[in-house]
Design a protein around this ligand. Structure first.
Ligand code: IMP
Ligand code: MG
Length: 183
């Protein structure tokens, strides 16, 4: 799998170090009391699993599934909530976690959905931020790494469902981004 990468953008070690720092930042930010973590799966699965173990306050966690990408490297239309949370969110402190902030559509839409449920507060955390790609003005409260406008895979991020299990994050070789047998 590693041989499918054009280059490694962020190593396993850097991801681990930054995740630890983010856990500290989030712990300090919220102080005492419980928070409710909403993870946008599948992409944020690995990041969420590692990050919540670095947050040293009580929390509850649930997942939400959103579809906006097909088998392409560009978004197709508006994101859609496929599976919603079971947890009580009213009057709770919500932290929404995603893998990557790209056009901004997903987190903007999800934030709107949760705002309507009257949480006590709502913040967002992403591992990666592609600032140059924004189509909707939206910034996350906690950001792991700002990255250039390149399609990346690994550590939860996929291309057509593959490469999520790569421990580092890298750019896929261009010739592998649309192989005919996956169409
Ligand atoms: P946005 O709605 O355009 O901000 O896109 C966010 C979603 O697009 C993320 O949750 C990812 O699933 C997906 N995405 C955006 N860029 C990449 C990438 O470079 N690799 C893999 N998935 C990506
Ligand atoms: Mg995703």
């Amino acid at each position: 799998m590693l041989e499918d990468l054009e280059s490694v953008l962020i190593s396993q070690r850097r991801i681990a170090r930054r995740t630890r720092e983010l856990g500290e930042e989030i712990t300090t930010f919220y102080g005492a009391g419980e928070i409710t973590v909403i993870s946008i799966i599948n992409g944020a699965l690995l990041f969420t699993a590692d990050l919540i173990r670095r947050i040293r306050i009580p929390l509850r966690m649930d997942c939400i599934r959103v579809a906006s990408y097909g088998n392409d490297t560009r978004p197709e239309g508006e994101p859609e909530v496929i599976y919603n949370v079971d947890l009580e969110v009213e009057n709770r402190r919500l932290l929404i976690i995603d893998d990557i902030l790209d056009t901004g559509r997903t987190l903007f839409m999800i934030s709107q959905v949760f705002h309507r449920m009257n949480p006590k507060s709502l913040h967002t955390c992403v591992l990666l931020d592609k600032k140059d790609r924004r189509e909707i003005p939206f910034e996350a409260d906690f950001v792991g790494f700002a990255i250039p406008d390149k399609f990346v895979v690994g550590y939860g991020l996929d291309f057509a469902g593959r490469y999520r299990n790569l421990p580092s994050i890298g750019t896929l070789k261009p010739e592998l981004q649309n192989p005919p047998e996956w169409a």
